[in-house]
Write a protein that binds this ligand. Structure first.
Ligand code: C2E
Ligand code: MG
Ligand code: MG
Ligand code: MG
Length: 273
């Protein structure tokens, strides 16, 4: 804050605001160029059956092959992508590549992330099915990951969408479960295939500093049990976390312990092994 000397706070604040606004505009322009150049690709991270250790599927995770800044994770640009609406275009580019990989890679399912706004858009299901057909990929091997927000905003519409997708064999998972505004009372009305336990809770498992994590994970797994659906522990980094999840009845796991997100060729080799 030494820079502030001689100037008042509001001036500095204005300057910072302007700099941030400029940065966001630049990023948005960059994103538009990258969409035209098709500079995005999915990386794949394995999801394992916790009981057997077998890889049952992969999550497709968006990366931006930025010419200067290298493969960028979504955290670097998703905010701008969502505010500008550009994320939908990015998503379609990544989904198409994920479906092409799915058609070549014959094992297990592939799950894709769908932002709430995108999930609510018209013709989402039709376009997804068309793209799967064009890629020669089976709908029944696709899963979509949505967050609780996608269900709550317009519940009747979300329900229709989920039913349409499920009638074609596409299951939905609730991502980052436990971090949103969980309306437990009507979760059972939606055809949800599995809950993904947010990595913030998994990170605290077996950790004396975060004893509440165990209680939360236990509660989420009890809920999944009551609903009769599967569960995926996210962000599993240690054997101890995997063991606790397994012991609590969590059916699947995902995290650096089992494999990091990787570009397609490496993931294909792993799948073939
Ligand atoms: P998510 O769907 O919850 O994905 C899990 C995130 O956790 C990924 O971050 C993954 O790389 C990271 N992760 C996996 N295992 C571990 C672990 O053991 N430890 C730690 N610390 N992290 C782990 P990533 O790839 O940066 O993606 C962040 C978020 O961006 C995703 O969270 C998802 O919400 C969103 N996203 C990813 N791909 C897409 C996409 O194609 N479209 C849209 N709209 N959003 C996407
Ligand atoms: Mg996800
Ligand atoms: Mg998640
Ligand atoms: Mg997340």
């Amino acid at each position: 804050r030494a820079k502030a000397s001689g100037r008042d706070r509001s001036e500095l604040f204005d300057e910072e605001m302007r700099a941030e606004a400029t940065r966001l505009l630049d990023l948005e322009a960059d994103l538009r160029r990258a969409i035209l150049a098709d500079d995005f690709e999915p990386w794949f991270q394995p999801i394992v059956d916790l009981a057997t250790g077998q890889v049952v599927g992969h999550e497709a995770l968006l990366r931006w092959n930025h010419e200067l800044r290298g493969p960028l994770p979504p955290g670097e640009f998703i905010g701008v992508g969502e505010d500008s609406g550009l994320i939908e275009q990015v998503d379609w580019l990544v989904y198409r590549r994920a479906f092409e990989w799915m058609a070549r890679h014959r094992e297990g399912y592939v799950s894709i992330n769908v932002s709430p706004r995108h999930f609510r858009s018209d013709n989402f299901a039709e376009r997804l099915l068309q793209m799967l057909a064009d890629a020669g990929a089976e709908p029944a091997r696709l899963r979509i990951e949505i967050t609780e927000v996608a269900l709550l905003d317009d519940a009747p519409r979300a329900l229709r969408m989920l039913k349409t997708l499920r009638s074609r064999g596409i299951f939905a998972l609730l991502d980052d479960f436990g971090t949103g505004f969980s309306a437990l009372s009507y979760l059972h009305r939606f055809p949800i295939h599995a809950l993904k336990i947010d990595q913030s809770f998994v990170a605290g498992l077996g950790d004396d500093l975060h004893p509440e994590s165990l209680a939360l994970v236990r509660a989420i797994l009890a809920l999944a049990g009551t609903l009769g659906i599967d569960s995926v522990g996210e962000g599993v980094e240690t054997e101890a976390q995997a063991a606790i999840l397994r012991q609590l009845g969590c059916t699947m796991g995902q995290g650096f312990l089992f494999g990091r997100p990787m570009p397609a060729p490496a993931a294909e080799r792993r799948g073939a092994a």
